[in-house]
Design a protein around this ligand. Sequence first.
Ligand SMILES: Cc1ncc(COP(=O)(O)O)c(C=O)c1O
Length: 397
Amino acid sequence: MRDRGEFDWSRQFSAQGGRAAPSEIQELMKILDRPGLISLAGGIPDAKLFPIAEIAAAHRRILDDPKRSGLALQYTHSEGFAPLREWLAGDWRRQGIDCGQENILVTSGAQQALDLVARLFLDNGDRLLTAPTLYIGALQAFGNLAPAYGELAELQQPRAPAAKLAYVMPDFANPTGLSMNLDERRALLEGAQARNVVLVEDGTYASLNYDGPPPASLMALSAGRSGAIDGARVIYCGTFSKSLAPGLRVGWIVAPAAVIRRLVLLKQASDLYTSLLAQMVLFEVVCNLGDTHGETLRRIYGMRRDAMLSALSKYMPGGVDWTKPGGGMFVWLTLPPECHATELCSRALEEENLAFIPGSAFYARSPSRNTVRLSFCLNDPETNAQGVERLARLVAR
Ligand SMILES: Cc1ncc(COP(=O)(O)O)c(C=O)c1O
């Protein structure tokens, strides 16, 4: 007989490993295939819009080419596929900012970018400034380092405690959908300069804009002062997950070369390099598609956003407020104060076959109980409207 006495693993975990908490969203994702369920929960793109034929053809071309197939499947260096880095650097040069491959690190999605940046800059207890709500994966990446969270507004307060890093989503933030205007971006940068804080800019949703392109990025404003990425105090995290397909797991960091060199060392310890086959495929696909795919996504997701916003106006009872995002994937609702969104979420699943994420999952500090995140990208306009109608019925009950 084997001894089945349970070993107490928790006593063996490191402080960091033991701290990691499961995400409510990952748990919810497990029931999303229920028949008839309308999900306004996950912040995921619509798989029906992935450019599958182009991705398949690029794989075939690369693997059928004897000069490239071996390279694609071989070990490689950590910085990333040089033509892809060059292509990304070219994007900044076209904005008049000096940027070379030494300013770019290809990562396994923006999630890894956040994890590497967190590990490079934060020690336990360092002050990290954020909006009141933030992307759950950012909470996980930063939370591993047990920072002391403070408000972004502290950048404008000379007497606030010293902070190390500020995490910002100026474009169509997850979870609120809110964006910063140009003045707010400039003020943020001024504050960061005055208080000697490094800004981490998460540009995950910047390309999904439905009412025209957003104002200049924090990176463009910061680098614009010296004319070079090397003169910036911003670390920019980007990804192809929302604009092409998350399954390829390709993202990137743009930063001064001195920062990139340190990040490369951390990445080496983490995964050596991002799948070179995925990077080569992605490079072919972006070169071949140009902006046509982006235009399609903006058109279709824009209509889905419009459908959700008009359904909210049509069905929601008084006392409910919501954001009107110019892009991204999310609308953020504030329900009457007596509403408890987590309870509403369980009732929504039982009584209305509807899924959404209670807002409390997204707070770094003191969560509000009466907020909700709705995602509008995954469903066609009619389903978005039906989902909102179901939610409104529940709120009114
Ligand atoms: C704000 C934000 N940042 C980063 C990520 C991570 O994206 P990726 O798939 O590139 O790792 C996400 C994913 O949803 C996100 O919403």
